[in-house]
Design a protein around this ligand. Structure first.
Ligand SMILES: [Ca+2]
Ligand SMILES: [Ca+2]
Ligand SMILES: [Ca+2]
Length: 116
């Protein structure tokens, strides 16, 4: 479980801060965790399944949204504004998904729909 929590933090950092930071945070074990079939390529499907698990792990009280408290240790004010555009203090699933898709597109630099 500890391993998983670390991975969740790394993935959230990826979502919030972008792939450059993810390079530093995600070691090979983390990548293997995301790349479920171990083919060295992260498909959008694998990415979404993984980020889905991260959302559920981060939403500790199962409220269906991530409160600032739940990720307080991770975010400064600017980063919160990015992931919570309407600034209601709740990162809803829709807001999270929107950010996640932007990240995937940004990380997929050659636009082939997979991360490799
Ligand atoms: Ca794969
Ligand atoms: Ca919550
Ligand atoms: Ca919000």
């Amino acid at each position: 479980m500890k391993r998983y929590a670390m991975t969740a933090v790394a993935a959230l950092s990826f979502t919030i801060a972008g792939p450059a930071l993810a390079d530093d945070l995600l070691d090979e074990a983390d990548l293997a965790f995301v790349d479920q079939n171990g083919d060295g390529i992260i498909t959008e499907e694998e990415y979404v399944a993984y980020m889905d698990a991260v959302f559920n792990a981060t939403d500790e009280d199962n409220s269906g949204w991530i409160s600032y408290d739940e990720i307080e240790f991770l975010l400064d004010e600017d980063e919160r504004a990015n992931i919570d555009p309407n600034r209601d203090g709740r990162i809803t699933r829709a807001e999270y998904d929107a950010q996640m898709r932007r990240d995937f597109e940004m990380a997929d630099q050659d636009g082939n729909g997979v991360l490799n």
